[in-house]
Design a protein around this ligand. Structure first.
Ligand SMILES: Cc1cc2nc3c(=O)[nH]c(=O)nc-3n(C[C@H](O)[C@H](O)[C@H](O)COP(=O)(O)OP(=O)(O)OC[C@H]3O[C@@H](n4cnc5c(N)ncnc54)[C@H](O)[C@@H]3O)c2cc1C
Length: 490
């Protein structure tokens, strides 16, 4: 057995690093503060319902793609049905509806039919989607292989073009007021490059961004199973409080029970801010590592409402967004839209004839932190959010209010408590143009044998980038140790 690696965190990134570590001959151990795997890729039960807290779509569901081979390495989709949606999202503006079809031809037809003018821009958008079908982004944008580069060549002009324009800028080009309002909601990430929207729809249309049934926790548990089968070890309820550094090298970790665990390499796959400022300590940090935390924008935290309803919602679109006539205040913030996901496509989440619904509402971290100092106010604010959502669901689905059997409201503090995620920024850094230009360091200049992986080194976050970054952390260790890297995806 080769050298040993300690991995902090059993989220998708940590489990992926563990699997690739084992596959490459290292002896690895994952330390997880919680009592189960998955981190933010999770779900929980309430009564007969499984409330899912993560995957709405997953890149890599098409057999044969690079990302699919990574899921193959990790056993993540083994024996799992993948739901492919005809409609990605339904957007409601007043009494008008835009169905965002995953097939670009159907989407083009829908947009042309629902708009007055804007034909050129509609066709430009749907042509861009068609143009990226089959495109596979490199597994590591910092180390693009020659093969990957050659495969990317035909896409480069389009790639550069749609990296330069943001979703917000493109939206401004629509003149039809309905379409302008609706387009903004397809991917409400106005500062992000249009490329992200175009690529996601291209992947969906190609069957490479479906939704694994069984949910997010089952998905994470399959990776954990693969890791254990490969001989890895996971230690739950093991909270790391310090990374031990001697003579400029990471040598081990200190756990909250006072014990120390030593290893040749330490990989942190937990929250980035916690890793640098709590576990490592400012005296060991360099300016490159700190800079993202000074200048980049994080994902705005969310309040996440989950419901189990005694109602058959078969055929409802997986995601609905309602653009409001007048903004409403939710948890101290003005909202100009409200949306929800209906999971009727996944029978594992509810008994037959019933369904789960979830809603992600952007919110202010400070609001919930302040509310939390008074338990009854905190609970009251959660109930208010639940009531507002129920009211809007009732308008769309009359009678649903009395069919709600379970409700759960998670705030940014819930995510923070559960996974340690900094200020509830559930996907790390926004994939803004600035973030994508910046190379977020995965190692530290002053600490050898240490690396960091997970959503905080991959702007945009998400389950696939976390898995890729766990793999890349091991590939980098292989390089340092002069070991040939093994893994199906290249
Ligand atoms: C509501 C919601 C919806 C989402 N939807 C999608 C989606 O549709 N598609 C998609 O791809 N992504 C989605 N995401 C994002 C995705 O969940 C995350 O980007 C991804 O799971 C992050 O994985 P990670 O391993 O990098 O980090 P994490 O999941 O944060 O894992 C870190 C782990 O480290 C542990 N830990 C923290 N501190 C310590 C410590 N000191 N000692 C030991 N252990 C520690 C934590 O408990 C956790 O298990 C969603 C997230 C949320 C919350």
């Amino acid at each position: 057995m080769g050298k040993n690696i300690l991995i902090i965190g059993a989220g998708v990134a940590g489990l992926s690093a563990g699997c690739y570590g084992q596959m490459n001959g290292f002896s690895t151990k994952v330390l997880e503060m919680h009592d189960q795997p998955g981190g933010m890729c999770t779900a929980w039960t309430r009564g007969h319902y499984t409330l899912d807290g993560c995957i709405h779509w997953l890149v890599g569901t098409k057999p044969g793609t690079k990302m699919n081979r990574i899921w193959g390495d990790l056993g993540a989709l083994q024996d799992c049905q993948v739901a492919q949606h005809e409609i990605f999202r339904q957007i409601v503006v007043g009494d008008r509806v835009l169905n965002v079809y995953t097939d670009p031809d159907a989407l083009e037809e829908e947009m042309l039919e629902k708009s007055d003018g804007d034909e050129d821009i509609i066709r430009e958008f749907t042509d861009a989607i068609r143009g990226f079908i089959g495109f596979e982004p490199p597994l590591d944008t910092r180390k693009i292989s020659i093969i990957e580069y050659i495969r990317m060549l035909p896409y480069l002009p389009k790639l550069m073009r749609y990296q330069k324009v943001t979703i917000g800028e493109f939206t401004e080009r629509f003149t039809d007021p309905f379409l302008k309002k609706a387009f903004r909601m397809i991917f409400p990430l106005s500062s992000s490059p249009l490329f992200i929207a175009v690529l996601t729809l291209a992947l969906m249309s190609d069957g490479d961004a479906g939704c694994p049934t069984g949910g997010s926790l089952a998905f994470a548990k399959r990776i954990e199973r693969r890791y254990l089968e490969l001989g890895g070890q996971v230690s739950y309820r093991s909270k790391v409080v310090k990374i031990l550094i001697e003579g400029g090298r990471a040598t081990g970790v200190l756990l909250d029970d006072g014990s120390e665990v030593h290893a040749d390499h330490i990989v942190s796959a937990c929250d980035g801010h916690h890793t640098l400022f709590d576990l490592i300590g400012e005296e060991h940090l360099d300016q490159h590592a700190v800079r993202p935390y000074q200048v980049l924008e994080t994902f705005k935290p969310i309040v996440y409402v989950s419901m189990g309803v005694d109602r058959d919602m078969t055929g409802e679109p997986p995601i609905t967004t309602v653009v409001l006539d007048q903004p409403i205040e939710i948890a101290g913030e003005k909202q100009d839209c409200i949306g929800w996901a209906v999971h009727s496509y996944d029978p594992s989440r509810a008994p037959p004839g019933k369904c789960t619904i979830t809603s992600m509402i952007e919110t202010d971290y400070g609001f919930w932190r302040d509310a939390h100092s008074d338990r009854s106010r905190y609970e009251c604010e959660k109930r208010k959010v639940r009531d507002i959502l129920t009211e809007h669901l009732e308008t769309r689905y009359p009678g649903i209010g009395s069919q709600i059997e379970v409700v759960d409201v998670a705030t940014p503090l819930t995510w923070e408590r559960y996974t340690g995620v900094w200020q509830g920024a559930y996907e790390g850094w926004m994939p803004s143009t600035e973030a994508r230009r910046m190379t977020i360091p995965r190692t530290l200049e002053k600490v050898e044998n240490f690396s960091i992986c997970g959503q905080w080194v991959e702007p945009g976050g998400g389950v696939p980038p976390s898995a890729i970054s766990g793999r890349n952390a091991i590939r980098d260790i292989c390089r340092r140790e002069k070991v040939r890297f093994h893994g199906q995806a290249r």
